[in-house]
Design a protein around this ligand. Structure first.
Ligand code: ATP
Length: 269
């Protein structure tokens, strides 16, 4: 059975016996703590694993610690204590080696407004690749994913939010990273634009086996996309598993209800 078939299989079955033995770990988050200046505790001993080939969705309310977690995994922020291993490499020991294997979509990325979409993609190609063949392949793929038609030759400053998000996502995915880290990929987008972005992410994961770790407030979105979800609240994991299992476990009909179920329990403890 192919790895991805296996993944799809256990999402609808009991994953626990299969997970540990058959799948490699892409991201291993261990006892992660982050305290910002002013004694703001963003993460208080967070633990979770992402397996190669899966889409893992982090969900939680504002301020739960999602962005902090993703930035630490992307080696853009140092933890106060604890560690993260990405494909076996510690963020503390070799962040450069990790950066070569990942691509990160920040929550709100602006910049380069005076470039056209095409110029932006070409710039990213030059930053990422040395060989002209690799660059050409990347540009072609990014243009296909962005699907901006004639707007690709207009300046980014005139793009809608959805167009900008698609352009940025295209530059992340076209690199075919081993791990794509996407912070709120559909943030600020309308229903149609969000649907389009979700399709792109899902297809990409299926076609190339790219491991995806994403965050969202939108529980329906995460439910649609993710093989497994991790629910974060106040810097700690309150529940984790395939959406179907979590719903069954808590007798809920959607992830919003699951979240309320677990938060209620947390508060009660
Ligand atoms: P949102 O969904 O609103 O983006 P989030 O789950 O991504 O929230 P984080 O942005 O990781 O949460 O923030 C976690 C906590 O850390 C919050 O209390 C936030 O105010 C705090 N925080 C984040 N960045 C900083 C910073 N640079 N300095 C101080 N506190 C910070």
């Amino acid at each position: 059975m192919e790895k991805l078939d296996l993944l799809n299989f256990f999402v609808f079955q009991d994953p626990s016996p299969i997970l540990g033995r058959s799948l490699k770990i892409a991201v291993d988050v261990k006892n992660l703590v982050k305290v910002y200046p002013g004694n703001v505790v963003a993460l208080r001993g967070l633990n979770f694993k992402v397996f190669e080939g899966e889409i893992y969705g982090l969900i939680g309310p504002n301020g739960a610690g999602k962005t902090t977690t993703l930035r630490i995994i992307a080696t853009l922020l140092k933890p106060t204590s604890g560690d993260v291993r990405v494909f076996g490499i510690s963020v503390l020991s070799d962040p450069i080696k990790i950066r070569r294997q990942i691509a990160y979509l920040p929550e709100d990325a602006g910049g380069y407004k005076r470039l056209t979409g095409r110029e932006f993609i070409e710039l990213m190609a030059r930053i990422r690749f040395k060989e002209s063949r690799d660059r050409e392949e990347y540009v072609e793929e990014a243009m296909r994913i962005a699907d901006l038609k004639e707007a690709i030759d207009r300046r980014i400053e005139g793009y809608s939010k959805g167009m900008k998000r698609r352009l940025l996502l295209a530059t992340v995915l076209a690199a075919k990273p081993k791990l794509a880290i996407l912070d709120e990929p559909t943030s600020g987008l309308d229903v149609l634009q969000s649907l389009k972005i979700r399709e792109v992410i899902k297809n990409y994961n299926k076609t190339y086996g790219v491991t995806v770790l994403l965050s969202s407030h939108n529980m329906l979105e995460v439910e649609f996309l993710s093989h497994r979800v991790g629910m974060i609240f106040k810097g700690a994991m309150v529940a984790e598993g395939p959406p179907k299992e979590l719903k069954e476990l808590s007798g809920a009909s959607n992830l919003e209800e699951v979240f309320r179920f677990f938060i209620g329990r947390e508060v009660a403890v």
